[in-house]
Write a protein that binds this ligand. Sequence first.
Ligand code: PA5
Ligand code: NI
Length: 184
Amino acid sequence: PFIQPPQVEWASGALTKGPLLRKSTRIRDLIGIFADDPARQRLAGEHVVYDVEILATSPAEGELYTGVTHLYPGRVGDEYFMTRGHFHARREQGEVYFGLRGNGLLLLQNEQGQARLESVCAGSIHIIPGFTAHRLINTGSEVLSALAVWPGVAGHDYAALAKGFTLRVFEENQQIQVREAQNE
Ligand code: PA5
Ligand code: NI
């Protein structure tokens, strides 16, 4: 007699029982995202960097979207795999991320270009305010999965970050190294 809502399997981040939209982002889609593009070109273009699954719910004003990102481990040159990253088209709209599995960083950057990094792990909660661009970075050797909830009206603005974030994260001597991005 009860409605069976969608479910997330906490351990894996798999969404089940919901009508889902799915999108895979591959090495060949991420031109100009990593510092070392020749290194990117040496990797297999079809290799999936991250998968996103979103519950197919209403995008109307006041409604919320729920989705899971699975960011695979790997590097382009010495730079860890990461999502493209974006501001919301409706800049004032925020978002919440919840770490589910794996280890990584959430790179947050305001419109003045000031950036900060939050550790992402199973159970971490990330409040992304409005006017803040966001990108996931997988610094571990396992899949990094995070659940996100954001306003249906938020939209994505990728173009505003065409010059990139001001920080980049690399592995150097098996250590996480944060560097200021070169003027690109
Ligand atoms: O809503 C979000 O911020 C996430 O679902 C992202 O869209 C997801 O992690 C993929 O990143 P991007 O949209 O930057 O490619
Ligand atoms: Ni977002």
